[in-house]
Design a protein around this ligand. Structure first.
Ligand code: AN7
Length: 346
């Protein structure tokens, strides 16, 4: 039914609002059997697998709201800066609403699947020399001067839609988890989850709120380091962001929830990325795996009885290049029984 209809009473829509939806949300909360055993102490870890949204990432939650409200206002075009997933989602929802979309992306730093999505959904795709932060500044300027709606997460409707992931988790578990772990890039999602969890508690739908724990990539960790990164770098291109728009809100979520924001290295991200696919059967993109790399790094912090939810923000098929680069069990031989049996080792 889509998340706006499901959580309508918590969202800024009226009976007359025409909803633009692709039936996003209602993603599975998957028990993480292997990761739970690595953390030990009887701690239960779950994945909120957001890769199963219509365009393959959590961005669809915010985009159904942002595009619905843009359409309600009569806007004919939307624009965003993106490390990839926002552009995929914005262009899909814009297509559905019959609007034009313009996406500004950092040249050469977008995972292949995401670029293909924006192109197929008929976005005007503009690659710039510069990073995400540069692109976002340009988008702010253009949308302040022309009748084009900005649909990055500084658009408050994006946060409204994204907060519903927290509702779904509480609805599935019966209460909030002890910890909620997620990757942090522009910091919209940690802001949205915290809003969702606190609203549900205030409405007596949950007795508690989780400690919010966010993880940035070491080469792009402005919140951890307390300074802007002029040249952010990480293999997890989705979170290659040096000056997060929701920096203050992320710090507030961290502090009000008694959580933390830390960094993980690219090696830690890639090994979690591979571990998830190889041992849990769950294929997410590298940035998403930062949430799991983070709880493995911090495993001594957790206590018996804790429940940890990790958001896996995007699908692994988004970034086939990095996946294929990780492969160390692929062979090319002639179609010969003896050679194949030798590789199998039987
Ligand atoms: C898979 O698409 O910023 O901290 O332009 O694609 O809310 O920014 C993507 C971010 C985590 C970080 N995981 O979320 C964009 C963009 C994935 C992402 C994040 C992103 P925020």
């Amino acid at each position: 039914m889509g998340l706006i209809n499901r959580y309508r009473e918590y969202l800024p829509v009226s009976a007359n609002t025409k909803i633009i939806t692709l039936n996003e949300g209602d993603t599975p909360l998957i028990p993480a059997v292997h990761i739970s055993s690595l953390i030990g102490k009887g701690i239960k870890v779950y994945f909120k697998y957001e890769g199963l949204n219509p365009t393959g990432s959590f961005k669809d939650r915010g985009m159904t709201m942002a595009i619905t409200k843009a359409a309600e206002k009569g806007m004919k075009a939307v624009m965003c800066a993106s490390t990839g997933n926002t552009s995929a989602s914005a262009s899909a929802y814009a297509a559905r609403a019959g609007m034009k979309s313009v996406v500004i992306i950092p040249e050469g730093k977008i995972a292949l699947g995401k670029l293909a999505q924006a192109m197929m959904h008929n976005a005007l795709v503009i690659e710039i020399e510069g990073n995400f932060d540069d692109a976002l500044n340009t988008v702010k300027e253009v949308t302040s001067q022309y009748p084009i709606e900005l649909v990055n997460s500084i658009n408050p409707y994006r946060i409204e839609g994204q907060k519903t992931a927290a509702f779904e988790i509480v609805d599935a578990l019966g209460d909030a988890p002890t910890y909620h772990s997620l990757p942090v890039g522009n910091a919209g999602n940690i802001t949205a989850y915290w809003k969702g969890y606190t609203e549900y508690r205030d409405n007596k739908k949950a007795r508690s709120v989780p400690k919010m724990i966010g993880f940035q990539a070491e080469g792009s960790c402005p919140i951890v380091a307390g300074r802007v990164f002029e040249k952010p770098e990480t293999v997890a291109t989705a979170i290659r962001i040096g000056n997060p728009a929701s920096w203050k809100q992320a710090e507030a979520a961290r502090d009000e929830s008694f959580g933390l924001i830390d960094s993980v290295t690219d090696d830690e991200i890639l090994s979690a990325f591979k571990l998830l696919a190889a041992t849990e059967g769950v294929f997410c993109e590298p940035a998403s795996a930062a949430s799991v790399a983070g709880i493995l790094k911090k495993k001594d912090m957790f206590k018996s009885g804790d429940v940890i939810v990790c958001t896996l923000t995007g699908h692994g098929l988004k970034d086939p290049d990095n996946a294929i680069k990780m492969s160390d069990r692929t062979y090319k031989v002639s179609n010969s029984l003896s050679e194949i049996v030798k590789i199998i080792g039987v």
